[in-house]
Design a protein around this ligand. Structure first.
Ligand SMILES: NC(=O)c1ccc[n+]([C@@H]2O[C@H](COP(=O)([O-])OP(=O)(O)OC[C@H]3O[C@@H](n4cnc5c(N)ncnc54)[C@H](OP(=O)(O)O)[C@@H]3O)[C@@H](O)[C@H]2O)c1
Length: 269
């Protein structure tokens, strides 16, 4: 089987597909396997998901079936029944891309808002774990004592904590730890557990969400440098999933050329 055929017939879930990296990842999966693919797109903003579904269908026709689902992955009660609520033809999930996530503010302790702490931990960590547990039940029912792919989007922030990002960094470090333990727990299966850690990526919304909607502060983050695009990360996500089944690209750190660490960035003045 060539890499062009490996995604054929697969069902892929992408959380946080309404913008940024998740949106680009959905489009990249569709571009790579335009003849026989099912995409389940998850986020809270269903209007954005519907727009993306129309866009993908317009580009690729009926070969890519798209199912937009409004779901708040930070709410365990919403995630719990999610897989069983799918119709039978959508339940054979092969790939889960845990991408939904956010950073809120740059406050330092003791001034970090309780709501921001909760939003970051509940979305970035608890939501990712709950989604994984829901989908793993499907994976474990497959032959060879289980098969499927879990791709967790971490961050360079999970490897190198920085001031003003303590809770975000902690949430991503915890994702890294959970991912690593999960890979070990599933060693007797054919389930691949993959972590992809982006450095600086310019997505329309990530920094705007971080600065509470203040676009000018968000723009300053990228001033004088050339960040990665969401498409850059999407290509790596699809690359990892599209390897031969015995190949696990377990752990990847991706940075733009001007970045050497979370806080070591060269800016042109
Ligand atoms: N941009 C960067 O520089 C960067 C760097 C490293 C890692 N990352 C990671 O990459 C991932 C994607 O970020 P991005 O840059 O693409 O940001 P983004 O454009 O703001 O996208 C975040 C996505 O997550 C969704 N989301 C947030 N909370 C959710 C919830 N409770 N339930 C369901 N969906 C939720 C959002 O959709 P709704 O608002 O519609 O729910 C949106 O689709 C995140 O995990 C982020 O931590 C980003």
């Amino acid at each position: 089987m060539t890499s062009a055929d490996r995604l054929k017939g697969k069902t892929v879930i992408i959380t946080g597909a309404s913008s940024g990296i998740g949106r680009s990842t959905a489009m990249e999966f569709a571009r790579t396997s335009p003849k026989d693919l099912r995409l389940i797109l998850i986020a809270r903003r269903i209007d954005k998901l519907n727009e993306l579904a129309v866009h993908i269908t317009k580009q690729h026709g009926p070969g890519v079936k798209v199912l937009p689902i409004q779901l708040d992955s930070s709410k365990p009660e919403d995630v719990r029944g999610f897989v069983t609520s799918l119709t039978q033809d959508w339940q054979h999930i092969d790939v889960l891309v845990n991408n939904a996530g956010l950073a809120k503010g740059i406050a330092r302790s003791p001034d970090i808002l309780e709501d921001d702490i909760r939003a970051m931990l509940d979305t970035n960590l608890t939501g990712l774990i709950n989604m994984t547990q829901a989908v793993l039940k499907v994976f474990l029912q497959r032959g060879k004592s289980g098969a499927g792919d879990i791709v967790n989007i971490g961050s360079i922030a999970g490897r190198e904590p920085y001031p003003g990002g303590s809770v975000y960094c902690a949430s991503k470090a915890a994702v890294r730890s959970y991912t690593d333990a999960l890979r070990k727990e599933l060693i007797s299966t054919r389930i691949r557990v993959i972590e992809i850690d982006p450095g600086q990526v310019e997505t329309v919304e990530f920094s705007t969400v971080r600065f509470g909607g203040d676009k000018s502060k968000a723009d300053m983050v990228y001033e004088g440098c050339e960040p990665l695009t969401p498409q850059d990360i999407a290509e790596v996500v699809v690359f990892t999933v599209n390897r031969r089944e015995n190949v696990v690209v377990a752990d990847t750190l991706i940075m733009p050329n001007h970045q050497a660490a979370a806080t070591v960035l060269h800016k042109e003045t």
